[in-house]
Design a binder for this molecule. Structure first.
Ligand code: GUN
Length: 305
Protein backbone atom coordinates (compact mmCIF):
# COMPACT_ATOMS: atom_id res chain seq x y z
CA UNK A 1 0.00 0.00 0.00
CA UNK A 2 1.12 3.51 -0.79
CA UNK A 3 2.45 5.92 1.78
CA UNK A 4 -0.07 8.69 2.52
CA UNK A 5 1.08 12.25 1.85
CA UNK A 6 -0.80 13.94 4.66
CA UNK A 7 -1.67 17.51 3.68
CA UNK A 8 -3.38 18.29 6.98
CA UNK A 9 -0.36 17.32 9.04
CA UNK A 10 2.07 19.13 6.74
CA UNK A 11 -0.13 22.23 6.64
CA UNK A 12 -0.18 22.30 10.44
CA UNK A 13 3.61 22.14 10.54
CA UNK A 14 4.09 24.90 7.96
CA UNK A 15 1.42 27.14 9.52
CA UNK A 16 3.29 26.92 12.83
CA UNK A 17 6.42 28.11 10.99
CA UNK A 18 4.49 30.96 9.35
CA UNK A 19 2.97 32.01 12.69
CA UNK A 20 6.43 32.19 14.31
CA UNK A 21 7.78 34.13 11.32
CA UNK A 22 4.80 36.52 11.32
CA UNK A 23 5.12 37.23 15.03
CA UNK A 24 8.86 37.86 14.69
CA UNK A 25 8.17 40.16 11.73
CA UNK A 26 5.58 42.11 13.72
CA UNK A 27 7.81 42.35 16.77
CA UNK A 28 10.61 43.72 14.63
CA UNK A 29 8.65 46.09 12.41
CA UNK A 30 5.36 46.88 14.15
CA UNK A 31 3.55 45.74 11.01
CA UNK A 32 0.86 43.07 11.15
CA UNK A 33 0.39 41.20 7.84
CA UNK A 34 -3.09 42.08 6.56
CA UNK A 35 -5.23 39.89 4.31
CA UNK A 36 -8.58 40.92 2.87
CA UNK A 37 -10.84 38.40 1.19
CA UNK A 38 -13.71 39.59 -0.97
CA UNK A 39 -16.72 37.40 -1.67
CA UNK A 40 -19.47 38.44 -4.05
CA UNK A 41 -22.69 36.46 -3.68
CA UNK A 42 -23.74 33.53 -1.56
CA UNK A 43 -22.31 30.41 -3.15
CA UNK A 44 -22.02 28.00 -0.19
CA UNK A 45 -18.70 26.47 -1.29
CA UNK A 46 -17.16 29.93 -1.80
CA UNK A 47 -18.52 31.07 1.57
CA UNK A 48 -16.85 28.11 3.21
CA UNK A 49 -13.51 28.69 1.43
CA UNK A 50 -13.47 32.36 2.40
CA UNK A 51 -14.33 31.56 6.00
CA UNK A 52 -11.53 29.01 6.15
CA UNK A 53 -9.04 31.47 4.67
CA UNK A 54 -9.99 34.13 7.23
CA UNK A 55 -9.74 31.71 10.14
CA UNK A 56 -6.38 30.42 8.94
CA UNK A 57 -5.05 33.99 8.68
CA UNK A 58 -6.21 34.84 12.20
CA UNK A 59 -4.61 31.66 13.53
CA UNK A 60 -1.15 32.76 12.29
CA UNK A 61 -1.49 36.23 13.89
CA UNK A 62 -2.36 38.16 10.72
CA UNK A 63 -5.10 40.75 10.49
CA UNK A 64 -7.84 39.38 8.33
CA UNK A 65 -10.98 41.02 7.06
CA UNK A 66 -13.73 39.48 4.98
CA UNK A 67 -15.81 41.70 2.77
CA UNK A 68 -19.05 40.19 1.55
CA UNK A 69 -21.05 41.86 -1.19
CA UNK A 70 -24.47 40.97 -2.62
CA UNK A 71 -24.64 38.83 -5.78
CA UNK A 72 -25.96 41.80 -7.82
CA UNK A 73 -23.03 44.10 -6.95
CA UNK A 74 -22.20 46.18 -10.06
CA UNK A 75 -18.80 45.73 -11.70
CA UNK A 76 -17.77 49.33 -11.00
CA UNK A 77 -18.51 48.99 -7.31
CA UNK A 78 -16.23 45.97 -6.97
CA UNK A 79 -13.59 47.75 -9.04
CA UNK A 80 -13.74 50.75 -6.69
CA UNK A 81 -13.44 48.48 -3.67
CA UNK A 82 -10.32 46.80 -5.08
CA UNK A 83 -8.77 50.20 -5.87
CA UNK A 84 -9.42 51.26 -2.28
CA UNK A 85 -7.73 48.11 -0.96
CA UNK A 86 -4.75 48.72 -3.28
CA UNK A 87 -4.32 52.12 -1.65
CA UNK A 88 -4.73 50.88 1.95
CA UNK A 89 -1.27 50.47 3.52
CA UNK A 90 -2.56 48.04 6.14
CA UNK A 91 -3.71 45.60 3.46
CA UNK A 92 -0.86 43.47 2.09
CA UNK A 93 -2.87 40.73 0.43
CA UNK A 94 -6.10 40.94 -1.57
CA UNK A 95 -8.03 37.84 -2.56
CA UNK A 96 -11.19 38.13 -4.64
CA UNK A 97 -12.88 34.76 -4.46
CA UNK A 98 -13.72 33.23 -7.84
CA UNK A 99 -16.00 32.62 -9.65
CA UNK A 100 -17.60 36.05 -9.83
CA UNK A 101 -21.19 36.76 -10.96
CA UNK A 102 -21.81 37.31 -14.68
CA UNK A 103 -22.17 41.11 -14.55
CA UNK A 104 -18.60 41.37 -13.31
CA UNK A 105 -15.68 41.15 -15.71
CA UNK A 106 -13.36 38.80 -13.83
CA UNK A 107 -10.30 39.58 -15.95
CA UNK A 108 -10.60 43.31 -15.34
CA UNK A 109 -10.95 42.78 -11.59
CA UNK A 110 -7.91 40.48 -11.42
CA UNK A 111 -5.87 42.94 -13.49
CA UNK A 112 -6.84 45.78 -11.14
CA UNK A 113 -5.40 44.12 -8.04
CA UNK A 114 -1.95 45.57 -7.34
CA UNK A 115 0.47 42.78 -8.41
CA UNK A 116 2.36 43.32 -5.13
CA UNK A 117 -0.84 42.44 -3.21
CA UNK A 118 -1.92 39.63 -5.54
CA UNK A 119 -1.54 36.77 -3.07
CA UNK A 120 -3.47 34.45 -5.42
CA UNK A 121 -0.80 34.94 -8.11
CA UNK A 122 -3.47 35.46 -10.79
CA UNK A 123 -2.45 38.92 -12.06
CA UNK A 124 -1.03 38.75 -15.62
CA UNK A 125 2.17 40.43 -14.39
CA UNK A 126 2.71 37.65 -11.85
CA UNK A 127 1.73 34.98 -14.38
CA UNK A 128 4.26 36.50 -16.78
CA UNK A 129 6.98 36.61 -14.14
CA UNK A 130 6.34 32.98 -13.32
CA UNK A 131 6.57 32.06 -16.98
CA UNK A 132 9.99 33.68 -17.36
CA UNK A 133 11.25 31.82 -14.31
CA UNK A 134 11.32 34.65 -11.75
CA UNK A 135 12.14 32.99 -8.40
CA UNK A 136 10.59 35.77 -6.34
CA UNK A 137 7.11 35.77 -7.83
CA UNK A 138 3.98 35.31 -5.70
CA UNK A 139 3.05 31.88 -7.09
CA UNK A 140 -0.52 30.60 -7.31
CA UNK A 141 -1.36 28.82 -4.08
CA UNK A 142 -2.52 25.39 -5.21
CA UNK A 143 0.45 24.70 -7.51
CA UNK A 144 2.85 26.06 -4.87
CA UNK A 145 1.22 23.72 -2.34
CA UNK A 146 1.70 20.73 -4.65
CA UNK A 147 5.42 21.47 -5.05
CA UNK A 148 5.84 22.02 -1.30
CA UNK A 149 4.23 18.64 -0.55
CA UNK A 150 6.49 16.82 -2.99
CA UNK A 151 9.65 18.43 -1.68
CA UNK A 152 8.83 18.10 2.02
CA UNK A 153 7.95 14.42 1.60
CA UNK A 154 11.26 13.75 -0.13
CA UNK A 155 9.95 13.46 -3.69
CA UNK A 156 11.95 16.28 -5.25
CA UNK A 157 10.71 16.75 -8.83
CA UNK A 158 14.26 17.51 -10.06
CA UNK A 159 15.06 15.27 -13.03
CA UNK A 160 11.75 13.43 -12.76
CA UNK A 161 9.07 13.14 -15.41
CA UNK A 162 5.97 14.83 -14.04
CA UNK A 163 2.70 14.44 -15.94
CA UNK A 164 0.23 17.18 -15.03
CA UNK A 165 -3.29 16.22 -16.03
CA UNK A 166 -5.23 19.47 -16.50
CA UNK A 167 -4.43 22.81 -18.14
CA UNK A 168 -6.36 25.36 -16.07
CA UNK A 169 -4.99 28.82 -15.37
CA UNK A 170 -5.34 28.19 -11.64
CA UNK A 171 -3.57 24.83 -11.40
CA UNK A 172 -2.31 22.97 -14.48
CA UNK A 173 -0.52 25.74 -16.37
CA UNK A 174 1.13 27.48 -13.40
CA UNK A 175 2.13 24.13 -11.90
CA UNK A 176 3.90 23.18 -15.12
CA UNK A 177 5.77 26.51 -15.00
CA UNK A 178 6.80 26.04 -11.36
CA UNK A 179 8.06 22.52 -12.07
CA UNK A 180 10.10 23.78 -15.03
CA UNK A 181 11.91 26.54 -13.12
CA UNK A 182 15.64 26.34 -12.53
CA UNK A 183 14.99 26.58 -8.80
CA UNK A 184 14.39 24.34 -5.80
CA UNK A 185 11.20 22.37 -6.41
CA UNK A 186 11.70 22.73 -10.17
CA UNK A 187 14.03 21.19 -12.76
CA UNK A 188 11.48 18.53 -13.72
CA UNK A 189 10.65 17.20 -17.16
CA UNK A 190 7.02 18.21 -17.55
CA UNK A 191 4.21 16.93 -19.73
CA UNK A 192 0.82 18.65 -19.59
CA UNK A 193 -2.07 16.37 -20.57
CA UNK A 194 -5.73 17.36 -20.68
CA UNK A 195 -9.24 16.42 -21.72
CA UNK A 196 -8.29 16.18 -25.41
CA UNK A 197 -5.15 14.09 -24.89
CA UNK A 198 -5.36 10.89 -26.94
CA UNK A 199 -4.73 7.77 -24.85
CA UNK A 200 -4.20 9.54 -21.55
CA UNK A 201 -3.14 6.30 -19.88
CA UNK A 202 -0.24 5.85 -22.30
CA UNK A 203 1.02 9.29 -21.23
CA UNK A 204 0.47 8.94 -17.47
CA UNK A 205 2.16 5.50 -17.46
CA UNK A 206 5.43 7.22 -18.39
CA UNK A 207 5.29 9.48 -15.32
CA UNK A 208 7.38 9.29 -12.16
CA UNK A 209 4.94 11.77 -10.62
CA UNK A 210 1.31 12.29 -11.68
CA UNK A 211 -0.63 15.40 -10.66
CA UNK A 212 -4.35 15.14 -11.40
CA UNK A 213 -6.19 18.46 -11.75
CA UNK A 214 -9.02 17.92 -14.19
CA UNK A 215 -12.09 18.27 -11.98
CA UNK A 216 -13.55 14.95 -13.08
CA UNK A 217 -13.99 12.28 -10.39
CA UNK A 218 -11.65 9.29 -10.50
CA UNK A 219 -10.13 10.05 -13.91
CA UNK A 220 -6.78 8.44 -13.07
CA UNK A 221 -7.13 4.71 -12.45
CA UNK A 222 -4.76 1.95 -11.40
CA UNK A 223 -4.03 0.79 -14.95
CA UNK A 224 -2.96 4.34 -15.91
CA UNK A 225 0.09 4.57 -13.61
CA UNK A 226 3.35 2.68 -13.31
CA UNK A 227 4.26 0.92 -10.08
CA UNK A 228 6.14 3.20 -7.71
CA UNK A 229 4.56 6.40 -9.02
CA UNK A 230 3.93 9.36 -6.71
CA UNK A 231 0.42 10.75 -7.12
CA UNK A 232 -0.91 14.16 -6.13
CA UNK A 233 -4.68 14.55 -6.41
CA UNK A 234 -5.85 18.15 -6.74
CA UNK A 235 -9.46 17.17 -7.43
CA UNK A 236 -12.23 18.10 -5.01
CA UNK A 237 -15.48 16.78 -6.42
CA UNK A 238 -18.70 16.46 -4.44
CA UNK A 239 -20.56 13.31 -5.39
CA UNK A 240 -23.93 12.14 -4.14
CA UNK A 241 -23.79 9.50 -1.45
CA UNK A 242 -27.06 8.67 0.30
CA UNK A 243 -25.15 6.78 2.99
CA UNK A 244 -23.20 9.93 3.98
CA UNK A 245 -24.60 12.23 6.67
CA UNK A 246 -24.81 15.26 4.35
CA UNK A 247 -25.93 13.22 1.34
CA UNK A 248 -22.61 13.71 -0.47
CA UNK A 249 -18.94 12.99 -0.09
CA UNK A 250 -15.72 14.37 -1.53
CA UNK A 251 -13.72 12.44 -4.10
CA UNK A 252 -10.62 13.41 -6.01
CA UNK A 253 -9.62 13.05 -9.66
CA UNK A 254 -7.84 9.80 -8.80
CA UNK A 255 -9.30 6.39 -8.00
CA UNK A 256 -7.64 6.33 -4.59
CA UNK A 257 -8.36 2.70 -3.69
CA UNK A 258 -7.02 1.32 -6.97
CA UNK A 259 -4.04 3.62 -7.44
CA UNK A 260 -2.87 3.37 -3.83
CA UNK A 261 -2.25 -0.35 -4.38
CA UNK A 262 0.56 0.36 -6.86
CA UNK A 263 1.79 3.86 -6.00
CA UNK A 264 4.78 4.68 -3.81
CA UNK A 265 2.89 7.61 -2.26
CA UNK A 266 -0.45 9.36 -2.74
CA UNK A 267 -2.48 12.27 -1.36
CA UNK A 268 -5.96 11.60 0.04
CA UNK A 269 -9.09 13.68 -0.69
CA UNK A 270 -9.99 15.38 1.54
CA UNK A 271 -6.89 16.07 3.63
CA UNK A 272 -4.37 16.30 0.80
CA UNK A 273 -3.83 19.37 -1.36
CA UNK A 274 -6.73 21.41 0.10
CA UNK A 275 -5.10 22.43 3.39
CA UNK A 276 -1.84 23.18 1.55
CA UNK A 277 -3.54 25.72 -0.74
CA UNK A 278 -4.58 27.91 2.18
CA UNK A 279 -1.16 27.47 3.76
CA UNK A 280 0.51 28.87 0.64
CA UNK A 281 -1.91 31.80 0.71
CA UNK A 282 -0.62 32.61 4.21
CA UNK A 283 2.96 32.27 3.03
CA UNK A 284 2.30 34.64 0.12
CA UNK A 285 0.62 37.18 2.41
CA UNK A 286 3.58 37.30 4.80
CA UNK A 287 5.97 37.57 1.85
CA UNK A 288 3.86 40.35 0.33
CA UNK A 289 3.93 42.25 3.63
CA UNK A 290 7.72 41.92 3.86
CA UNK A 291 8.20 43.22 0.34
CA UNK A 292 5.77 46.10 0.70
CA UNK A 293 7.55 47.16 3.88
CA UNK A 294 10.91 46.91 2.13
CA UNK A 295 9.51 49.00 -0.72
CA UNK A 296 8.40 51.62 1.75
CA UNK A 297 4.71 51.24 0.99
CA UNK A 298 3.67 50.35 4.51
CA UNK A 299 2.81 52.86 7.19
CA UNK A 300 3.11 51.44 10.67
CA UNK A 301 -0.23 51.54 12.30
CA UNK A 302 -3.05 50.02 14.20
CA UNK A 303 -4.61 46.72 13.28
CA UNK A 304 -7.26 46.87 10.58
CA UNK A 305 -10.04 46.04 12.99
N1 GUN B 1 -11.87 29.80 -6.34
C1 GUN B 1 -11.44 28.52 -6.33
N2 GUN B 1 -10.13 28.46 -6.01
C2 GUN B 1 -9.73 29.73 -5.82
C3 GUN B 1 -8.49 30.33 -5.47
O1 GUN B 1 -7.47 29.67 -5.28
N3 GUN B 1 -8.50 31.68 -5.36
C4 GUN B 1 -9.59 32.43 -5.57
N4 GUN B 1 -9.49 33.75 -5.47
N5 GUN B 1 -10.75 31.92 -5.91
C5 GUN B 1 -10.82 30.58 -6.02
Amino acid sequence: MAKIIDGRELAKEIRAEIKADAEAFTAETGVVPGLVTVLVGEDPASQQYVRMKGKAADAVSFNSRQITLPADTPHDELLGLVQGLNADPEVHGILVQLPLPDQIDEDVILETIDPAKDVDGFHPVNVGRLSIGDDDVLAPCTPAGVVEMLVRYGYDPKGKHVVVVGRSNIVGKPLALLLLRKAPGGNATVTVAHSRTADLGAVTRTADIVVAAVGVPETVTRDMVKPGVVVIDVGANQIEDPSAERGYRWVGDVDFDGVSQVAEAITPVPGGVGPMTITMLLKNTLEAARRQLAAGQVVEGAPTR
